[in-house]
Design a protein around this ligand. Structure first.
Ligand SMILES: Cc1cc2nc3c(=O)[nH]c(=O)nc-3n(C[C@H](O)[C@H](O)[C@H](O)COP(=O)(O)OP(=O)(O)OC[C@H]3O[C@@H](n4cnc5c(N)ncnc54)[C@H](O)[C@@H]3O)c2cc1C
Length: 467
């Protein structure tokens, strides 16, 4: 890999080869997983390149193509499947400076890929009282391009479902990895080619996202003596069509007491909770519903004193993958899984799985609307003992009808549905014929004959190259 020759071709484009910066920008939140930590700790790129415009990006891609150098795109590096890590070294393209908010209209916003979600909402709120439909709990740091290429849903999914559902992304502009890179405009069905493809088949240079009305969202925490009461309450609240919520997150004791340090003063021992974001104008209805459902409101941002609210993180930073982050900060032996409890049996499945691993797996649910039905994902916390035991917990979930999106694997397929995505693979053949984009993340490209039922973990050969 002739990085010196590449550098000469990058004249006028910002790049960094300081080893400390290169290493820092070659990392994401892979360390969440003890398995990925072991596999990927040594991974580093050779050069960080920071284009400011699509024209600069095209020059970088053409130069890398000419020199046969792998390219891994990076937004803010908050992904936690090792998605943004350059397994074969090479160039990490930092898209953070392509962050322009280009236009805002009723129901839509157009931005560069590096725009941070919270900055987009700030602009759309000020412009016309609108906000993004969905955001990860890393709202304050994650980029829109990284969310589309690496994320799946989050805050707002209770109303709008997942990122890959029709209508949740309107248009993407994507640049290919060829001798003369092309810019393609994708809409409708074609969006599935690049959403959640980890940047393996094109670099997103512009996004058009749908907007919804922005309201004042209030953080409320409701307490219950038993976790299943919190789960049933969350399900029933999600089914209340008249109460506008943005987040409904039941979490089992003792997670809040042990790991939500700043909120600890509100929790009784043994109490499970449901964290909610509710529209301010729906608060009275929400409180009436909660009273009737037997919930104990233990924190209400509308009535809490400034003293009580001081230093508290927003509710969404207790939810989705922030629950795991808070646990990890207190107890590094904690890890997690991502599961789905399919409709219509979600509550029965939650109850079964919650009872199966006492003292080892702690339930955490996120209610969502999927294909018109209310159901829930789980991001249960797991006390890690060994990889074999983790795999067994995964197997037991799957045998009981709860698919696991395994966050301890760095490939698209193993972290997702464990099958080839023919559409993404076909698009990669068109857009990246030399396989230079984010190598090692798409098994279907690296090893078309791979047997997903083998029970083994895919090991990318090129991984040995890095470090
Ligand atoms: C504490 C915590 C909480 C989280 N909560 C959620 C959540 O609620 N929901 C959720 O879905 N995820 C969540 N995640 C995962 C992650 O934050 C999201 O996926 C986030 O949106 C990633 O954005 P990013 O800018 O950091 O992307 P990065 O990590 O930089 O990149 C993610 C992937 O996209 C690729 N990529 C980046 N930019 C581009 C581009 N312009 N073109 C093509 N490919 C690109 C990268 O190569 C990588 O494969 C969480 C992670 C953490 C650590």
């Amino acid at each position: 890999m002739d990085v010196s020759a590449l550098k000469r071709d990058l004249d006028g484009i910002k790049f960094d080869d300081n080893p400390a910066i290169v290493q820092q920008k070659s990392r994401d939140f892979y360390w969440y997983s003890p398995v990925l930590k072991k596999q990927l700790d040594h991974v580093t790129g050779d050069l960080i390149v920071t284009p400011k415009t699509e024209a600069e990006l095209i020059r970088v891609l053409a130069a890398c193509h000419r020199h046969g150098i792998p390219v891994t795109p990076r937004g803010s590096g908050t992904g936690n499947y090792g998605q943004a890590m350059p397994l074969s070294g090479g160039v990490v393209i930092n898209l953070a400076e392509m962050n322009e908010i280009k236009s805002i209209a009723p129901g839509r916003v157009v931005t560069g890929p590096g725009a941070v979600l919270a900055d987009i909402d700030k602009a759309t709120r000020a412009h016309s009282g609108q906000e993004l439909r969905l955001s990860p709990s890393t709202y304050n740091t994650a980029s829109i391009g990284g969310f589309i290429a690496g994320g799946s849903g989050g805050v707002g999914s209770i109303n709008f479902g997942g990122l890959r559902d029709f209508g949740n992304v309107l248009r993407l502009r994507v640049v290919t990895m060829e001798a003369e890179p092309k810019a393609l405009e994708l809409t409708g069905e074609d969006l599935h080619k690049v959403t959640h493809a980890y940047g393996t088949n094109g670099i997103i240079t512009e996004v058009e996202m749908p907007l919804t009305a922005a309201y004042e969202w209030l953080d409320v925490i409701v307490g219950f003596d038993a976790f299943m009461d919190a789960a049933r309450y969350g399900n029933a609240l999600a089914c209340q069509d008249g109460i506008l919520t943005k987040l409904i997150t039941p979490i089992a004791a003792p997670v809040p007491q042990l790991y939500f340090k700043r909120h600890q003063k509100f929790f009784r021992e043994g109490q499970s909770i449901c964290v909610v974001m509710v529209a301010q104008h729906g608060l009275d209805a929400f409180l009436a519903f909660t009273r009737r459902a037997g919930g104990d409101v233990i924190f209400n941002a509308a009535t809490a004193t400034p003293e009580e609210k001081k230093g508290l993180p927003p509710a969404y930073e207790l939810a989705w993958n922030h629950t795991t982050l808070r646990a990890l900060r207190v107890d590094p032996s904690i890890t997690y899984l991502q599961s789905l409890y399919p409709f219509p049996n979600q509550l029965a499945l939650v109850e079964k799985m919650d009872a199966m691993f006492p003292g080892e797996v702690f339930s955490h649910l996120e209610f969502v609307r999927l294909d018109g039905n209310i159901t829930c994902f789980g991001l249960p916390l797991v006390k890690f003992t060994s990889e074999a035991r983790l795999d067994e917990i995964v197997r037991l979930h799957e045998e009981n009808g709860c698919p696991i999106f395994n966050p301890h694997r760095y490939t698209l397929e193993e972290g997702g549905m464990k099958q080839t995505d023919a559409v993404q693979l076909a698009f990669k053949r068109e857009t990246d014929p030399q396989g230079l984009l984010n190598p090692g993340k798409m098994i279907a490209w690296e090893n078309p004959d791979y047997d997903y039922r083998s029970g083994r973990t895919f090991l990318f050969k090129g991984l040995q190259r890095a470090g």
